[in-house]
Design a protein around this ligand. Structure first.
Ligand code: ADP
Length: 489
């Protein structure tokens, strides 16, 4: 099968969050099944090109219709970890991808609308005939709209679209500019509740909604979250649309790239280990403690890694930090935000722990430090308000760091509490709480930290349980292949 991913992110060259990891992990697994897979990305000026082999211009001038003119684009080609990637570069004409960051610009809607349009134009003009276009999130949700409204008539009669929604919170709220820019035009037709009109604001268009309406299949990244978005209040206004299109909607749990996230081979950690040699983790812990100026103690080490977004339970995280220390553990946080106000809040919090040898807050994006933290920590805290899938808990399991999570979305699908007697012991892999409250979190932190201190042998088994589970891409990739076969012409 010929499959093309169209995405705004990809590990390790343009990563903001889990989407980037999914693109790389899923595409690597697809290649193992010998499918022909290509990836189209923007050529951001901040791409980490050190990981791109053989980067060269593939097409010198691709003319992309945009508003009333034509935008000349260069198409670059290179391979990233063996994966062929094409990069859309309108550099000369538009400055859409030269902003130094992936998101957070006031014209993000137009930037990624252009990317969607240029991707289809590239596929069309280069004579490619993919069976499946796999789009991701609002940034490329206009692709199926463009395909069925404009490009199908140019010969794309056999191409089908799967759209994966990694986060319902971001939907690409926009206006008629995207219609005029792309040549979709016909504002009356698209400002219609059956098409792109937002379900709750009749003044705006909603790109993600359009993606749901026009795609052949829509997935989100865990079965529990698929249900929460359709039946509860986690679809951020898209619940009626998901209910309407429930026949072509489902949840596929994300996998983890077990080649990249492998504590027995990871070049970013000093001491390698497996479930059988997990005691080696303590050497990584010492290294991490030293790097973060923590005392080299045997106290349990609780970590948090993630975007500092309200989604991640920021008030609970702020509550947890001093509480973890009171309970006799150490704490490391690695995170940053696009929101300057949130960054300021955490800078302020950090000031309270200067010189504290049990607490380190690193307000940055730091891939290498993240690996060290997974390898050196004993617990990974994930107290999210909502979590479509969550990769941090899966990476933590793989590295023998026991997750402490709020049971929501993908966290509920992957983490089973140590006290859950409905499950065999070997399936239990963490500590869970459900109501979003400081009291519940407090009780769970207390349980976890005391389990570590009072029952070291059982804690060791708990670590090993997580390390021995299989959350690789093997099974999820098969689910996606089944979906592709289901929708294929
Ligand atoms: P989301 O997609 O909501 O950001 P996920 O849990 O699905 O959350 O994925 C987060 C990914 O980003 C993980 O690979 C995590 O290690 C990484 N990550 C998040 N914040 C940072 C950071 N500040 N530094 C390094 N890696 C980070």
């Amino acid at each position: 099968m010929k499959i093309t991913f169209i995405s705004a992110e990809k590990t390790p060259i343009a990563k903001v969050g889990g989407l980037a990891d999914v693109i790389t992990g899923l595409s690597r697994e697809m290649r193992r099944h010998n499918h022909h897979l290509e990836i189209i990305l923007p050529r951001y000026s901040h791409l980490d090109t050190t990981h791109i082999d053989g980067l060269e211009i593939y097409l010198h001038e691709l003319m992309v219709p945009w508003f009333s003119g034509l935008v000349p684009c260069q198409i670059w080609k290179g391979t990233v970890w063996g994966q062929p990637c094409y990069f859309i570069d309108p550099n000369q004409a538009l400055n859409y991808f030269t902003r130094g960051r992936t998101y957070g610009e006031s014209d993000d809607d137009l930037r990624f609308t252009f990317f969607s349009k240029a991707s289809l134009e590239f596929i069309h003009q280069s004579g490619k005939t993919p069976d499946i276009l796999h789009c991701h999130d609002w940034q490329t949700a206009l692709v199926p709209v463009l395909l069925y409204e404009l490009y199908q008539h140019k010969g794309f009669t056999r191409t089908r679209v799967c759209l994966t929604i990694h986060n319902f919170k971001h939907q690409g709220i926009t206006n008629e500019q995207v219609l005029i820019g792309t040549g979709l035009n016909r504002t009356d037709y698209f400002f219609n509740t059956d098409r792109l009109l937002d379900n709750y604001n009749p003044q705006v268009l909603n790109l993600l909604k359009g993606g749901i309406v026009y795609s052949n299949f829509i997935t989100t990244v865990s079965p529990k979250h698929a249900w929460e978005a359709k039946e509860e209040d986690q679809g951020f206004g898209l619940k009626p649309t998901l209910r309407l299109y429930h026949m072509k909607y489902g949840g596929v749990l994300n996998g983890l790239d077990y080649e990249y996230w492998n504590p027995n081979k990871d070049p970013l950690i000093p001491h390698h280990y497996t479930a059988a040699t997990v005691e080696q983790k303590s050497k990584n812990k010492r290294y991490l403690q030293q790097k973060c100026s923590l005392s080299p103690s045997n106290q349990p080490l609780v970590a948090f890694i993630g975007r500092l977004d309200p989604q991640k339970g920021l008030d609970l995280i702020q509550y947890a930090i001093p509480r973890i220390l009171e309970l006799g553990a150490q704490c490391i946080l690695l995170g940053n935000s696009h929101d300057p106000a949130i960054n300021r809040e955490f800078e302020q919090l950090k000031k309270g722990f200067v010189g504290n040898q049990n607490c380190h807050l690193e307000l940055n994006f730091d891939e290498a430090l993240a690996h060290l933290i997974y390898a050196g920590s004993d617990f990974m805290l994930v107290p999210s308000r909502f979590e479509p899938c969550g990769l941090t808990q899966l990476i933590a399991l793989r590295y023998g760091s026991v997750p402490i999570v709020r049971s929501v979305g993908g966290l509920a699908d992957t983490i089973c509490d140590i006290a859950d007697i409905r499950q065999a012991f070997h399936n239990r892999n963490g500590f869970c709480f459900e109501p979003y409250s400081a009291k519940e979190l407090d009780e769970t932190l207390h349980r976890a930290i005391h389990y570590y201190m009072d029952q070291p042998n059982s804690f060791l088994q708990l670590r090993q349980n997580g390390m021995r589970q299989d959350f690789s891409w093997k099974e999820p990739a098969q689910h996606y292949l089944n979906i592709y076969h289901h929708i294929k012409a």
